[in-house]
Write a new protein. Structure first.
Ligand SMILES: Nc1ncnc2c1ncn2[C@@H]1O[C@H](COP(=O)(O)OP(=O)(O)OP(=O)(O)O)[C@@H](O)[C@H]1O
Length: 342
């Protein structure tokens, strides 16, 4: 079980041979990742996500600030010291990074060879790892003989070989189709739950955050613009960046274009009901409207699960005479969080 903390981390990349200021890739980033947590770092291209990951595993050196993995401060270590720390940090990649001239078993074995494990022990460990990721029957296969999902499972087995406390995942599902992506996310969930490994994943897909993460850091322009429990960030995003990401992964209120289409098709009043938890009493909502003699149809949105809790926004068309609708909306506002769409 390993906690990871970044405190006031800054990374500037000098521009050698150029008369320009260094690129400020990471700007005063602090993240506290609890032991056993799945923490997502999300942001648009260029936000600084990859740099943060490379700073954690020591592929880049911090310009300022401090990074600790468990008890070990990893910022400021030299290459020799880092070699001792790296077995504790597994890493998986978007394009899997498997060695094409080696079999699946040899790819998984590779970090154990580097770590100096005796041959007999290595074979047993490789078997165990392949069984964990469900690829026992592919031990002798080569990279070209595997599907994308299988390649990533090999990547995961290899990353787990040295028993790391932390797994770093760099866009691990971005190259996979949606179904395979869900399978890999399910495997990562097992890595976390069964092995207690802390996972730090970077992604530009909010659906990955929703599926897997406990907490999320939203980055923009090298800075942290929002941070918190996944459900909180999904249900009450504070920054523009988080709001835009949330809108990509959740049924929300209709956007301007959808709204004009809805208006063209539906003449009644439009009202959005916001679901932020299981606490919302759906039958009560419909009963409240029916009792006021108002007809209802669902015209947009839906509900989904975020962090095991219900969340979503459903837009209803209310049909009936104006006064009844006015009363119905007032009554609805007493039993649910609503937004009248004008
Ligand atoms: N080695 C480097 N030298 C100079 N600038 C760099 C270097 N690495 C990253 N940068 C710059 O730092 C900023 C952050 O890059 P980074 O790759 O961390 O972003 P990202 O959020 O991971 O984006 P992407 O999703 O496209 O990988 C960018 O402006 C990038 O051009």
């Amino acid at each position: 079980m390993t906690r990871v903390t970044l405190t006031g981390v800054v990374k500037r990349f000098p521009q050698p041979g150029r008369d320009t200021a260094p690129v400020l890739a990471v700007d005063d980033v602090s993240i506290d990742i609890a032991s056993g947590e799945i923490h997502a770092i999300i942001g648009y291209s260029g936000a600084g996500k990859s740099t943060v990951l490379r700073l954690i595993n020591g592929l880049e050196q911090v310009t300022e600030g401090r990074i600790a993995v468990g008890e070990q401060v990893v910022s400021g270590l030299d290459e020799r010291q880092l070699r001792r720390v790296r077995p504790g940090l597994g890493m998986i990649f978007q394009h899997f990074n498997l060695l094409h001239s080696r079999t699946v078993a040899q790819n998984v074995e590779y970090p154990l060879v580097v770590a100096g494990m005796p041959k007999a022990e290595r074979a047993a460990r490789v078997d165990e790892l392949l069984a964990f990721v469900g690829l026992e029957d592919k031990a002798g296969a080569y990279r070209e003989q595997l599907s994308g999902g299988q390649k990533q499972r090999v990547g995961i087995a290899r990353a787990l070989a040295t028993n790391p406390g932390v797994l770093l995942a760099d866009e691990a599902t971005s190259a996979l189709d949606p179904e395979t992506s869900l399978e890999v996310l399910a495997l990562l969930r097992r890595v976390n739950q069964e092995l207690g490994i802390t996972i730090i994943l970077i992604t530009h897909e909010m659906s990955v955050v929703r599926e897997l993460a406990h907490r999320v850091t939203v980055m923009d322009g090298g800075r942290v613009v929002e941070q918190g429990d996944v459900f909180e960030v999904f249900s009450r995003p504070q920054s523009d960046t988080a709001r835009r990401f949330v809108a990509t992964a959740l049924p929300t209120r209709p956007g301007p274009e959808q709204l004009s289409e809805l208006r063209a098709r539906h003449r009644g009043a439009l009202v959005s009901v916001i679901f932020r938890d299981e606490g919302v009493d759906q039958p009560l909502i419909f009963r409240t409207l029916a009792e006021r003699g108002v007809g209802v149809s669902i015209v947009h949105g839906g509900v989904t699960e975020v962090g095991g809790r219900l969340f979503g926004q459903v837009t209803l068309e209310l049909i009936g005479d104006e006064l009844r609708i006015e009363h119905a909306i007032a009554a609805l506002g007493q039993v649910a969080e609503i937004e009248v769409i004008h």
